[in-house]
Write a protein that binds this ligand. Sequence first.
Ligand SMILES: [Zn+2]
Ligand SMILES: [Zn+2]
Length: 282
Amino acid sequence: MLTDYHLHLRPDEPETTPERYFTAANVERYREAAEAAGIEELGVSEHVYRFRQALALWRHPFWEEQARDDLDAYCEFVRGAGLRLGIECDFVPGAEERTAELLGARDFDYVVGSVHFVGERAVDHEGWDVWEGEGDADEVWRRYFDALAECARSGLFDILAHPDLVKVWGRGRPLPERDPRHYYEPALEAIAASGIAVEVSTAGLRKPVGELYPAPGFARLCVEAGAPFALSSDAHQPEQVGFGYDRALDFLAELGVDEIAVFERRDRHLAPLPARVGEDRR
Ligand SMILES: [Zn+2]
Ligand SMILES: [Zn+2]
């Protein structure tokens, strides 16, 4: 079984309205791409901050600017389209109860929990770049992974998105001096304690860093922590559905992982990954 759960029906740009993108024709393009990639389970997880209801969680200026659409209309559309219904929800420290309320009021199949911001600034967004004000990479990495640990431990989410997103810029931003394993540690403890599924995301292959999330060293420690894995492309357009899956499947095989997490109405089970037939597939 192959899944693509962390997926957006539209790019992260202005004027990408529901009228243009939440349409049967657009879903069909994603479905065709999924079929061509051998993906059986396709789900959508739009960014929570694009919905007006998200302003109950956080009133960051970026969210104020982005929160235009109606969350319930989105849920209805995705269900009606016969796709798995997910959402990518930022972990907002201090807003745990309001987040639980927002999520619990809707019948999601799964919730992808993300950390994009540390404090008021983002690790992956040039408009709110954490690196502009903060020269110390060790401090940024520490804060990012502490937030990721809180995100996992909150129990609000089923899947931990792009777990080492802080590396997104690769050599385009300062790198920490300490061994990154030092920063992974609190996140690993939280992953083990919470049982959250860790996302293997091929999105990193499309970004300056040019590698999967999570890094091999982090992923190995997740395996040791007993974490299940989920598999996604974080596509923002149909051409990206299943992007880089051959790489991801080799990566999982090398880790000795032969099952992935599958979700329905927030129930999880593990399904076998297709066997790698070695040289024949490459
Ligand atoms: Zn994200
Ligand atoms: Zn995403």
